[in-house]
Design a protein around this ligand. Structure first.
Ligand code: MLT
Length: 382
C-alpha cells in the first residue's frame, strides 16, 4: 500500500485514478510515499525518507524547492498544458479588460446606484472616461511560447492580433510551425518591447526571470503599452510598474498576482489568482498529476519532471532497479556490473540526464544490490 499526502484540495477525479487497493490518499499522512500539491509552499518542509515523488497539479513550481528535492532523490512533476485552456481564456479576458477600461467602468457604474430614472443619462454622459482601443490589428508580444503561450497566441491571432513570440527554449520544429502561421518568433526580447502594443507573460518564475519587467525594460516598450501578467507576480518589478502606470508609459496592467501597491491604482486591474480556477482545469491537472505519481511509483516511468530526465519505459519487467544520481555516465556501467556480479541477467538498461541530474533504470531477472557509487536513491520495483 502506498500513502499519498495531499497538501491542497485535489480534484476527486484525480484521486479516483489512484487504485484504492494500492493507494491511501489523505491530508494528514505522516510519512507519505508521494505528495500531491497545488499552491501550498513546500520551501520550509522536511520530507520523510520514503517520499520519492511530488506532483504539482499546475504548471508553475516556484512553491517547491525543486533543486533541493532533486539532491534528495525526490522527483518533482508538474502538469504542463493541463490548465492551459483555462489560463488562455482568462488572458483573453485580460486583453479586453486592459483595453476599454472595463473594471474601472464597472466600479464607477456601482456608484450610480440610487439615481433612479437618471441612471440611463448618467451612464451615457460618463462613458467617455472609459474609452479604450480594440485589440484587432494590434501586436501582441507573447513572452514564453509553451502550452499556454501558444494557445494565447492562436486565440489572439484569431481575434485579429499580430503575434510576436519570444521563447529561448523553442525547438526548430515548433518555431517553424509558429512562423507558418505568420507569427514573428524572436530570440531577442528587445523585439517584444519594440513591436508590442500588448505584452503577455507566460514564463516560469525563477532566479533568472525575476523582475523581467522592470524600469529598464519598460523604458524600451512602446508608449501606452498594455501588460498582462497571469504567470507570476515576481516577474514584474512592482514599484517600477506602478510608477510606469501612474506616469502613463504603461496604459494598463492586468494581473492575477497583484501586490498591495498595485491595488487601487488607476490603470491596474487586480484579480485573485484565477488562471486555473475552472473545474475542467482542476480535473485535468489532478488526473495528470495522479497518473505521473502512479507511473513513477509502480513502473519507474518519469514524464513531465522538472528536476529529473524523462524516462519512457516498457510496461513489462521482472525486477526493475531505479537509480537516481547526479549526471554521471559511469553509474549505468557500475550498476550493470553489479547486476552481473550478483548473477542477474540484464534485460534492458535506460540512462539519461537533465539539468545535472541522472536517472538509470536496469531491468533484470532477479534482484541485486545497486547501491553503486554516485547513487542518491535506489528503488527496486517487482
Ligand atoms: C499554474 O502555475 O499552473 C497556474 O498559475 C495555476 C496554478 O498555480 O494553479
Amino acid at each position: 500500500m502506498y500513502n499519498i499526502l495531499t497538501l491542497n484540495k485535489i480534484a476527486k477525479i484525480g484521486l479516483d485514478n489512484l487504485d484504492s487497493a494500492k493507494y491511501t490518499c489523505g491530508d494528514a499522512i505522516e510519512a507519505p510515499d508521494a505528495i500531491l500539491v497545488r499552491s501550498a509552499s513546500m520551501h520550509e518542509m522536511t520530507l520523510a525518507e520514503n517520499t520519492v515523488a511530488i506532483a504539482r497539479a499546475g504548471a508553475g513550481v516556484n512553491n517547491i524547492p525543486v533543486a533541493d528535492f532533486a539532491e534528495q532523490g525526490v522527483v518533482v512533476f508538474n502538469t504542463p498544458g493541463a490548465n492551459a485552456n483555462a489560463v488562455k481564456e482568462l488572458v483573453i479576458c485580460g486583453l479586453l479588460l486592459g483595453s476599454r477600461r472595463v473594471a474601472a467602468s464597472y466600479d464607477w457604474a456601482k456608484t450610480l446606484k440610487g439615481n433612479g430614472a437618471e441612471v440611463g443619462k448618467m451612464v451615457e454622459k460618463g462613458k467617455s472616461q472609459f474609452v479604450g482601443p480594440e485589440i484587432k490589428g494590434k501586436t501582441l508580444g507573447v513572452v514564453g511560447m509553451g502550452a499556454i503561450g501558444a494557445l494565447v497566441a492562436d486565440a489572439a491571432n484569431a481575434l485579429g492580433m499580430s503575434i510576436v513570440g519570444f521563447d529561448p527554449f523553442l525547438s526548430d520544429t515548433a518555431k517553424a510551425a509558429f512562423e507558418a502561421k505568420g507569427y514573428k518568433i524572436t530570440a531577442d526580447m528587445n523585439d517584444i518591447y519594440a513591436d508590442s502594443d500588448y505584452i503577455t507573460l507566460h514564463l516560469p518564475y525563477n532566479d533568472s526571470t525575476k523582475g523581467t519587467i522592470n524600469a529598464e525594460t519598460i523604458a524600451k516598450m512602446k508608449d501606452g503599452v498594455r501588460i498582462i501578467n497571469f504567470a507570476r507576480g515576481e516577474l514584474v518589478d512592482s514599484d517600477a510598474l506602478v510608477a510606469a502606470v501612474e506616469g502613463g508609459k504603461v496604459a494598463a496592467y492586468v494581473t492575477d498576482f497583484p501586490t498591495d501597491a498595485q491595488i487601487g491604482v488607476d490603470g491596474i486591474t487586480a484579480l485573485p489568482h484565477l488562471g486555473a480556477s475552472t473545474p475542467e482545469s482542476e480535473d485535468n491537472c489532478a488526473v495528470m498529476a495522479a497518473k505521473e505519481i502512479a507511473d513513477y511509483i509502480e513502473k519507474g516511468v518519469i514524464k513531465n519532471s522538472v528536476n529529473y530526465p524523462n524516462a519512457q519505459l516498457a510496461d513489462c519487467f521482472t525486477v526493475r532497479t531505479c537509480i537516481l544520481h547526479k549526471e554521471d555516465a559511469t553509474v549505468a556501467e557500475k550498476a550493470e556490473a553489479a547486476a552481473k556480479a550478483a548473477g542477474a541477467t540484464v534485460t534492458s538498461t535506460f540512462t539519461a540526464a537533465k539539468k545535472g541530474m541522472g536517472y538509470t533504470v536496469i531491468d533484470t531477472d532477479k534482484e541485486f544490490d545497486a547501491a553503486v557509487e554516485g547513487a542518491i536513491r535506489v528503488r527496486v520495483i517487482k
